[in-house]
Design a binder for this molecule. Structure first.
Ligand code: AHR
Length: 320
């Protein structure tokens, strides 16, 4: 068969259509993405998923790491507006304080997609859609697991310490609220200390050390808003001569490999899944948004609960 240049171009165009890559000669979609930072195993997996999906989809990704600072995100979004990207996506460090820059994006007619975390704005038209987990539900699931454990020991009092995520962030606010809602009114479950560990292992360890100093043997349960803080806290508990997962029950959120390893070692009791692999869905939604197709205002991710008893069986299936 003689393959002409035209045939080759036609083949390339149909291959591109099949893989979502832009056809030869077509301008690829440009996305400005502002990431929170690299504070946790979860975040690393989320960044990798976004970069990989953009590469596969032929999206020209302008990626900016905010290093957990809101001012860096605002700067990045302004720079995306100045560069006239097709779409802006970001995972906000905190919920409030984005109204002004989102108005600027709207005035420049650049659609904004929220990923992972929400913003607190009165005018919901400032963003097109929000893809991410239901953090309140994650908090509820964590508390429901504890209720089930407590039901096995009627009358026993459980003193809980809570390691919160970054102050003002959607997951910290919502996970706290969901957990509190479920344990409310239960006389056997009491939060005796609650402080931020900023979603990092180092801070999780540091704050847990302080909790142990103040409360020692009085602590029965640790509720950590993410696995990294729980893993840091496990170290603190061991250094204090106690057995994590036994002397202190540990509940955390994310479902990263590190949490599964801790569960298999008997040091963590349950992790509530929060799926970071949002990249492919984000690219698809971005295409739809730029093409002017209607998209749902809120897209939630379906997630599971993994107690320690299931860890060894599930571990080989974990992708992050
Ligand atoms: O916004 C998602 C949260 O941010 C994850 O639970 C946490 O690990 C991360 O840093």
């Amino acid at each position: 068969m003689v393959v002409t240049r035209r045939t080759m171009l036609r083949l390339a165009a149909s291959a591109a259509a099949a893989t979502c890559l832009p056809a030869l000669g077509a301008t690829p979609l440009t996305m400005g993405f502002s990431q929170v930072g690299a504070e946790s195993e979860w975040r690393t997996a989320n960044t990798a998923s976004i970069k990989e999906a953009a590469g596969k989809d032929g999206v020209n990704l302008k990626f900016a790491d905010a290093q957990q600072k809101q001012e860096n995100q605002v700067k990045a979004i302004r720079s995306f507006i100045a560069q006239r990207v097709d779409v802006i996506a970001f995972s906000p460090v905190v919920e409030s304080g984005f109204e002004t820059v989102l108005r600027e994006a709207k005035a420049a007619k650049i659609p904004v997609i929220l990923t992972d975390r929400a913003v607190n704005v009165t005018d919901k038209s400032l963003y097109t859609t929000f893809i991410g987990s239901d953090f309140v539900e994650e908090g509820r699931l964590a508390a429901r697991w504890l209720l089930q454990q407590a039901a096995k020991t009627p009358g026993k009092k459980y003193n809980i310490v809570e390691l919160q995520g970054t102050v003002g962030s959607a997951p910290a606010i919502d996970r706290k609220a969901g957990f509190a809602e479920v344990i409310k009114g239960n006389p056997n479950l009491t939060i005796i200390r609650s402080q931020t560990g900023d979603f990092t292992r180092a801070k999780g360890k540091e704050v847990m050390e302080a909790f142990l100093k103040a409360q020692g043997n009085n602590i029965n349960v640790l509720y950590a808003h993410n696995d990294d803080m729980a893993i840091g806290a496990i170290q603190a508990i061991e250094e204090a001569g106690m057995k994590p997962g036994k002397d202190i029950l540990i509940i955390s959120i994310d479902g990263v490999k590190g949490a599964f390893e801790a569960m298999m070692a008997g040091k963590l009791n349950v992790t509530i899944e929060c799926n970071p692999l949002l990249g492919p869905q984000l690219m698809q939604i971005a295409r739809d948004v730029v093409a002017g197709k209607p998209v749902p205002k809120r897209i939630t991710v379906v997630e599971g609960v993994f107690p320690a008893e299931q860890a060894a069986r599930e571990f080989p299936n974990r992708r992050y």
